[in-house]
Design a protein around this ligand. Structure first.
Ligand code: PRP
Length: 193
């Protein structure tokens, strides 16, 4: 697996997506986005912290004029189960009125975080509001979300790496791995990103 330490890798059930698979998909997504947004000067909004790796890779493959901003909305903290409410921890640094906005997420799980965020952003009157997500777990969805540009649909497993964490660990891994259930829920009764 490479970058994870041996102790960390003992916690992984499998590598779900390799670095090469992710890179290939990110390039394809960038081509799709460029074809639709080439003349729109989009504003890419990364949702902290999970999206930073994906945003950094995606924006460098987008050969079109664009800007980025960051927002932090969290519904998990260090707990493995979503609270169902979203706290805005950091707002955007600019007005999005009249802008073509693309929200960039690492994962859409229940969809609660993104639903709240989209409602909040829509109130600010962007010209358009699209969604780019690297991962989606459709089996877990509780809020309706139309993902405009999706990297991968994945099964309902707890995944880490490429920006995604468990209790702030594993974000730096260049691949996406599934954690063994005993690594995140010793009682074996939980299942989230
Ligand atoms: C994760 C992820 C999404 C959200 C998805 O963020 O980055 O923003 O959860 O879950 P949902 O679809 O069930 O709402 P988290 O709140 O863990 O913060 P992080 O990005 O800092 O890890």
């Amino acid at each position: 697996m490479g970058i994870g330490t041996a102790a960390q890798e003992e916690d992984f059930a499998s590598v779900l997506l390799t670095e090469a698979e992710i890179a290939e998909r990110v390039e394809a997504l960038a081509r799709e986005i460029a074809a639709q947004y080439g003349d729109k000067h989009p504003l890419l909004i990364g949702v902290l912290k999970g999206s930073i790796v994906f945003l950094a890779d995606l924006m460098r493959k987008l050969n079109i004029p664009l800007e980025i901003d960051l927002i932090c909305a969290s519904s998990y903290g260090c707990s493995a189960e979503t609270s169902g409410t979203v706290t805005l921890l950091k707002d955007l640094s600019q007005d999005i009125r009249g802008r073509h906005v693309l929200v960039v997420e690492d994962i859409v799980d229940t969809g609660v975080t993104l639903r709240c965020l989209l409602d909040l952003l829509q109130e600010r009157s962007p010209a358009s509001l699209g969604i780019v997500a690297l991962l989606s777990k459709p089996d877990r969805r509780r809020a309706h979300i139309d993902i405009d540009f999706l990297g991968f649909e994945i099964p309902d497993e707890f995944v880490v790496g490429y920006g995604l964490d468990f209790a702030e660990k594993y974000r730096h891994l260049p691949y996406v791995a599934a954690l063994k259930p005993e690594a995140y829920a010793p009682s074996g009764d939980d299942n989230t990103p």
